[in-house]
Design a protein around this ligand. Structure first.
Ligand SMILES: Nc1ncnc2c1ncn2[C@@H]1O[C@H](COP(=O)(O)OP(=O)(O)OP(=O)(O)O)[C@@H](O)[C@H]1O
Length: 467
C-alpha cells in the first residue's frame, strides 16, 4: 500500500473473484508445440517457473529458474521444443492444448522479416512492413501483436507498435491511442506496461506518443478519423528520424468494433490503411471479414508499390471471451498501475490541490458524427461543428475522472486541442464545490498545468482508485 502525504491516498485492492479457484501445485511436462493455458483472476496469483527446456509467453522467452507471477491474466505458455514447468497458486481454469496457431504466426514473422531485410538493403529508402491486425473482439489481435513484436525484437529489430483500441491502453490508460518503438523484450508480467510517463518501464525505447480519444468505440464517430490521421503523421515523422524503426516497420492493434462491417462498409479500416500506408492486413478469426477485405483491396486499382496483402489467420482456441466485469477490472488495474506502479516498481504519484479557475477543461461533445463523416485530412475549417464544450468543474462533471493534459493551450482552436498529444493523465480525487477547489493525483510533481485538459465518457469513472 502506498500512502500519499496530504491526501491519505492508498491504492485499493481489487474485489475478490466470485469464480471458485483450483489450487495448483505441480510439475507440468509440456511436449513440443503445445501450450499451457490458464485463467487467473485479479484477486488470485499463479506462479510459473521454467525448470528445463524453453518456453515463451506471447513470444517472450521465459528465463530459466525465474518465478513469474500472474494476476488478472488469461494466457498461455507455449513451447517449441518441449519443457518442464513448475506451477503453483490458484487458477480459475487451466489445461494443456496440443493445437495452436503458433506455426502460422512464426511463418508470418519470417515473411515480415524478409520485408525488413528488403528495407535494410534499400538503405532505409523503403520502409519495413506496415502491418494492421483486424478481427472481431477477443479474436486474439493483441496477443498476435505482442507475439510478432517479441519475435521481431528477438531478431534484433526495433518495431513500432501502435494501439488504436480504446478498450485497453498500451503504455498509457484506456481511452488513449499510443505508439512506441520496442527494442528490449516485452516484459512477461507487465505485458505492455502502462506507466512510462510516470516512472520507469522495462520496455519502450523512447517516450510513447499518446493521444486522447475518450470514447469507447471508434465507430461512435467524432474524433476517430482525425486522430488516426494525426497519429499516422506523428509516427511517420518519428520513423524518418529513426532508421532502425523504419526498417522494422510497425504493427497496428485495432478495436474489434471496426471489423463489424456496418452495411458491408469498413470505413475505419480503409481510413487506417490509407493514412498509415498499410501493406500487410492481417484478419483474425473471421472468414467473412477476410473475404470482404480481400475483395475490397484487390479490386482497388493500386500501384504495385501500394498494394495491400490481405492475410487470414485462424483464431487460437485459447482466446477467451472476457466478461464486462473482467474488462472493467482490467481497465481499473491499468489505471491504478499508471499512477501507483506494480510489483517492485511502485510509483509515488503527487497529490495536488488546485482552484477551479486553474483548470481549463474540455469535454468531447456527444452525437456529433459530422466531424468524422465530413473530415478530410488537412481539413481545418473553423466553421465546422464544435468538437468540445468547456466544462465548469463540479462533482458531477469531474469527480473520479481522468483528465488528459494535452500539449495545447486552452486558447488554441478546437482542432489544435484535438490534435495535440497528451503529456500525461491526472485523476480528480475530490471536488469541493464550496471552496471551489479540487484534489488531484498526478504522476508528475509540480504545479497543475494550465494546458487544455480533455475528458470524455471513456474510460468510465474510477471511484475506487484512492480512499
Ligand atoms: N493461446 C491463448 N491461450 C490462452 N489465452 C489466450 C490465448 N490467446 C489469447 N488469449 C487470451 O484471450 C483474450 C482475448 O485475446 P486478445 O486480447 O488477444 O484479443 P483481441 O482480439 O485483441 O481482443 P479485443 O478486440 O477485445 O481487444 C485475452 O485475455 C488473451 O490473453
Amino acid at each position: 500500500m502506498i500512502s500519499l502525504p496530504g491526501l491519505n491516498l492508498a491504492s485499493q485492492p481489487v474485489e475478490p473473484s466470485t469464480v471458485p479457484a483450483t489450487t495448483v501445485q505441480r510439475t507440468q511436462d509440456l511436449a513440443a508445440n503445445t501450450e499451457y493455458r490458464f485463467e487467473v483472476s485479479f484477486s488470485r496469483t499463479l506462479t510459473v517457473k521454467l525448470q528445463s527446456g524453453t518456453a515463451e509467453f506471447f513470444g517472450t522467452e521465459l528465463a530459466p529458474s525465474t518465478t513469474y507471477t500472474f494476476q488478472g491474466t488469461k494466457g498461455a505458455i507455449f513451447t517449441w521444443h518441449g519443457c518442464k514447468l513448475e506451477i503453483g497458486g490458484e487458477v480459475e481454469s487451466d489445461y494443456v492444448a496440443e493445437e495452436t496457431p503458433m506455426m502460422s504466426c512464426a511463418n508470418l514473422h519470417f515473411a515480415l522479416e524478409s520485408l525488413r531485410d528488403r528495407s535494410v538493403s534499400s538503405g532505409s529508402v523503403e520502409m519495413g512492413p506496415r502491418v494492421l491486425v483486424v478481427g472481431p473482439e477477443n479474436s486474439g489481435k493483441t496477443s498476435l501483436v505482442k507475439t510478432l513484436t517479441s519475435y521481431a525484437v528477438k531478431s534484433g529489430r526495433q518495431p513500432m507498435v501502435i494501439n488504436l483500441d480504446p478498450r485497453q491502453g498500451m503504455l498509457s490508460v484506456p481511452g488513449s491511442f499510443s505508439a512506441a518503438a520496442y527494442s528490449s523484450i516485452v516484459d512477461i508480467e507487465e505485458g505492455w506496461g502502462s506507466s512510462p510517463i510516470s516512472g520507469p518501464s522495462p520496455i519502450p525505447v523512447k517516450m510513447p506518443l499518446v493521444y486522447h480519444y475518450g470514447l469507447k468505440d471508434p465507430e461512435e464517430g467524432k474524433v476517430f478519423k482525425p486522430l488516426v490521421t494525426r497519429m499516422a503523421l506523428a509516427v511517420t515523422s518519428r520513423l524518418e528520424e529513426d532508421h532502425a524503426s523504419k526498417q522494422a516497420g510497425f504493427i497496428i492493434d485495432s478495436s474489434g468494433a471496426i471489423s463489424q462491417g456496418k452495411n458491408g462498409a469498413y470505413e475505419n479500416i480503409e481510413h487506417i490503411v490509407s493514412e498509415f500506408s498499410v501493406n500487410v492486413l492481417i484478419t483474425l478469426g473471421s472468414e467473412r471479414l477476410y473475404s470482404d477485405l480481400t475483395r475490397k483491396f484487390s479490386s482497388q486499382n493500386r500501384d504495385p508499390s501500394e498494394s495491400v496483402s490481405v492475410i487470414r489467420l485462424d483464431k487460437s482456441g485459447g482466446c477467451v471471451d472476457r466478461s464486462e466485469e473482467y474488462m472493467r477490472s482490467l481497465r481499473h488495474a491499468q489505471i491504478r498501475e499508471y499512477f501507483f506502479g506494480k510489483g517492485d516498481e511502485t510509483l509515488a504519484p503527487s497529490s495536488q490541490t488546485a482552484d477551479f479557475a486553474d483548470l481549463n477543461l474540455f469535454n468531447i461533445l456527444p452525437g456529433n458524427d459530422n466531424h468524422n463523416a465530413e473530415y478530410r485530412p488537412g481539413d481545418y475549417d473553423v466553421s465546422m461543428a464544435p468538437i468540445y464544450e468547456k466544462v465548469t468543474p463540479s462533482v458531477v462533471a469531474i469527480q473520479n475522472k481522468l483528465l488528459a493534459v494535452t500539449m495545447a493551450s486552452p486558447s488554441d482552436r478546437q482542432e489544435v486541442i484535438r490534435d495535440a498529444s497528451v503529456r500525461g493523465y491526472i485523476y480528480v480525487a475530490d471536488v469541493d464545490e464550496v471552496k471551489k477547489k479540487v484534489k488531484l493525483l498526478s504522476p508528475q510533481p509540480g504545479q497543475t498545468p494550465g494546458n487544455a485538459m480533455v475528458l470524455g465518457s471513456w474510460p468510465e469513472d474510477v471511484p475506487g482508485l484512492v480512499s
